[in-house]
Design a protein around this ligand. Structure first.
Ligand code: GLU
Length: 458
């Protein structure tokens, strides 16, 4: 059984980078449906009470729902503090967490000294060397400790990354991570591992900015496992889930980070980008599979394969998203858009104007060609005579455009552009636009005749 999770911190709106991670995890779980019921979990990482906002929790849910990536279950870390407390106590008993009393300034100074000596800024474990007495003095002075996880420097850290292949870290080159602040609040690191174990997560798939977190989390998984934390039913491989880190998204000109505001799910939605366009792009970006406008989720699910993911940064290009969007809009059925269309557009109307749209919101603009009023250009005397002929020749049938153009061709000898363009201009006021064969029946006989006549007499 495949269990994946998407674990955003509710400190801002989701952007394309987050959406991509959510999508990968959703696709992996839905693909897992083939071997039983895959599960895609939403975990709200809201242990940082100061920065977490309820409005962002709602926004995360809305964005996922809009994209059709609804989770099978939702959890909130703020409701699971007992579990973390318990895990912490077990790790403490096992000697794998220890209190430290340095201030931020002291730590910064140590860092600078190490760097100045050309050494890596690894925490020196000074707190481990404190005597009971020294600790008691700190406590008596009213200094509350923060807490570090004690890495086992003898235990190699390696894993077979589902995207990056074999990964190896030397624990002696890593600082013991701070897992809990002096005020008792949790940093992301330990609760995440506790949850992944408790929820039976089988795949942790996230961006490669997490690789170094993963290195220490790998030891946390096994420390918890050894301490007996985690449900008995948890049969994750050995002691930790499969781990995968996808190459980061970059913009065409480098880092995306500065533009993430304009690349929020909300901003894209407001810009008229369709969910299917976003999913089509994000599912395949950075893989060896071609990016194509794919409206069918099934196709994305079936094609999802971590083996196709590359290590090079994935280039996110808004122009590509726009192109995909237009192609997706051209495939949308009337039922999928009817609630978003201006009144009056029926299925035939949608089919007529759909090929001209890059965004569904442009439908109103094109629909005005049908409802009017339109603005006609000035015509030459020749064209006016031709249009007078057209008003006269107009005959209503199943195919009024076909009939009209055939009759006019015969009567006037015009063909090609001189035949079609003045008609289009007179009937729509434009040089280009929807297929006239589809549009003319929507304009209707009386209105069409009136437009032809007014163009002829102008
Ligand atoms: N809340 C973390 C983040 O948003 C979760 C990372 C993860 O474990 O997926 O970066």
């Amino acid at each position: 059984m495949i269990v994946t999770r998407f674990a955003p911190s509710p400190t801002g709106r989701l952007h394309v980078g987050n959406l991509r991670t959510a999508l990968h995890n959703w696709l992996l779980a839905r693909k897992g449906d083939e071997d039983g019921q895959g599960r895609f979990l939403l975990r709200i990482d809201d242990t940082d009470a100061e920065r977490s906002r309820e409005e962002y929790v709602d926004a995360i849910r809305e964005d996922l729902a809009w994209l059709g990536l609804e989770p099978d279950a939702e959890y909130r870390q703020s409701e699971r503090l007992d579990l973390y407390e318990n895990a912490f106590a077990q790790l403490k008993d096992a000697g794998r967490v220890y209190p430290a009393y340095e201030t931020a300034q002291e730590l910064e100074l140590k860092r600078k000294i190490a760097l100045g000596r050309g050494l890596p800024p690894i925490y020196d474990r000074a707190a481990l060397k404190l005597t009971d007495e020294e600790r008691a003095t700190r406590q008596a002075e009213g200094v509350s400790p923060h807490w570090r996880f004690k890495l086992d420097r003898e235990q190699r850290i390696d894993w077979e990354d589902a995207v990056r292949g074999p990964q190896k870290f030397d624990p002696a080159q890593l600082s013991d991570p701070v897992i809990r602040r002096a005020d008792g609040s949790w940093l992301y690191m330990l609760p995440s591992v506790v949850d992944d174990l408790d929820m039976g997560v089988t795949y942790v798939l996230r961006g490669e900015d997490h690789v170094s977190n993963t290195a220490v989390q790998v030891q946390m998984f096994s420390a918890l496992h050894q301490a007996g934390v985690g449900p008995d039913h948890c049969d994750v491989v050995d002691s930790f889930p499969n781990l995968g880190h996808t190459a980061l998204l970059v913009g065409k000109e480098g880092k995306l980070s500065k533009r993430l505001g304009s690349l929020s799910c909300e901003a894209l939605r407001e810009a008229g980008i369709e969910p299917a366009a976003i999913l089509s792009l994000l599912a395949r970006l950075g893989t060896s599979q071609p990016v194509e406008p794919i409206a069918e989720r099934r196709v994305l699910i079936d094609g999802f394969d971590l083996a196709t993911f590359g290590r090079a940064p994935a280039k996110f290009d808004e122009a590509e998203l726009e192109r995909l969007n237009a192609a997706i809009v051209h495939q949308l059925d009337f039922d999928e858009v009817k609630d978003r269309l201006p009144g009056g557009i029926d299925e035939a109307g949608w089919h007529a104007i759909r090929p001209n749209l890059s965004h569904v919101s442009e439908a109103a603009e094109w629909w005005r060609l049908v409802t009017g009023p339109i603005e006609q250009p000035e015509f030459s005397a020749d064209d006016r005579a031709f249009l007078a002929e057209a008003a006269d020749a107009l005959e209503w049938s199943d195919n009024p455009w076909g009939t009209l153009t055939a009759t006019l061709k015969e009567r006037t000898g015009r063909k090609g552009k001189p035949l079609f363009l003045p008609l289009r201009q007179a009937l729509t006021g434009m040089d280009h636009g929807p297929d006239m064969g589809e549009l003319l029946p929507l304009i209707g006989e009386d209105e069409a005749r009136a437009r032809l006549a007014s163009a002829a007499s102008a």
